[in-house]
Design a protein around this ligand. Structure first.
Ligand SMILES: O=C1N(Cc2ccc(-c3nnn[nH]3)cc2)c2ccc(Br)cc2C12CCN(S(=O)(=O)c1cccs1)CC2
Length: 233
């Protein structure tokens, strides 16, 4: 039986990533607004847009705290942020939403999201993903590392120095693997399962792009930050 132990520098890395992940949260009043009274589809959509905008701001702040990220080539930093924005947002939303929302609120939120003009064929994969994250009961450190690993995906479009990104991602993957063995000793496949979620996340990129087009058709407006990061308009 392999004796797994986390080194001192891995502990330091874990602390930096977990602190950054916990420090940057979206303002709860925004998320709470979603749970308040009945809104029209347009108002629902605006709330989701407002929340997505704060999610992107939170994502940028978290990313800047990933050790080594700011020493990457500047264009590559942008390419990584734009390439991972949707995945990181859905990963974080699924994690927060399943944990933060007191029981009974999920239905309300599900209803809000369903009635915000998001097409049905996107709802199913989105909620499947949300449920597949929920059943994992990830600890905060695992969530933070998985988000950092998503951002540090070397093969995003337009990334020039992929090796430099791999050098940052590898220690995160190694640390996450050890953490899974230590946190979930009864589930030897747990680490593989987490990485499988990243594959599922990539499919949401496609649905999200489809949805953006349909929203544009129905003249839905996005904030400048979302337009910038999602390449719309
Ligand atoms: O809004 C979502 N929610 C609700 C949500 C998200 C985050 C927090 C939260 N609280 N504290 N911190 N975060 C609470 C509720 C949620 C939950 C699970 C999955 Br999977 C995904 C989502 C989306 C993500 C964005 N999209 S989107 O399609 O990109 C879009 C943009 C504009 C209009 S629609 C909609 C679904």
């Amino acid at each position: 039986k392999e004796k797994v132990e986390i080194t001192k520098e891995q502990q330091a890395l874990m602390k930096v990533i977990a602190d950054a992940y916990n420090r940057h949260q979206i303002p709860q009043d925004v998320a709470k607004k979603l749970l308040q009274d009945q809104y029209s589809a347009e108002e629902n959509f605006l709330l989701l847009t407002e929340m997505a905008t704060s999610q992107v701001q939170v994502l940028v702040e978290f990313t800047k705290n990933i050790p080594g990220f700011l020493s990457l080539n500047h264009e590559d930093q942008i390419a990584l942020l734009k390439g991972s924005a949707v995945e990181a947002m859905f990963l974080r939303s699924a994690q927060v939403f399943s944990k933060k929302m007191p029981n009974g609120h999920n239905e309300v939120l599900e209803d809000r999201i369903r009635r915000s003009g998001i097409s049905e064929e996107f709802m199913t994969p989105m909620f499947n993903f949300y449920k597949s994250i929920g059943v994992l009961h990830m600890v905060q450190e695992e969530q933070a590392l998985l988000t950092a690993i998503t951002i540090l995906t070397p093969d995003r479009p337009y990334v020039k120095d992929q090796q430099a990104v791999e050098r940052l991602q590898e220690p995160m993957l190694d640390l996450l693997r050890k953490l899974c063995v230590l946190q979930h000793p009864q589930k030897p496949q747990y680490f593989a399962c987490l990485l499988g979620r990243l594959t599922e996340l990539r499919t949401l990129n496609y649905y999200h792009a489809e949805m953006l087009t349909s929203w544009r058709m129905n003249d839905h407006k996005f904030t400048p930050l979302l337009c910038e990061i999602w390449d719309v308009e």
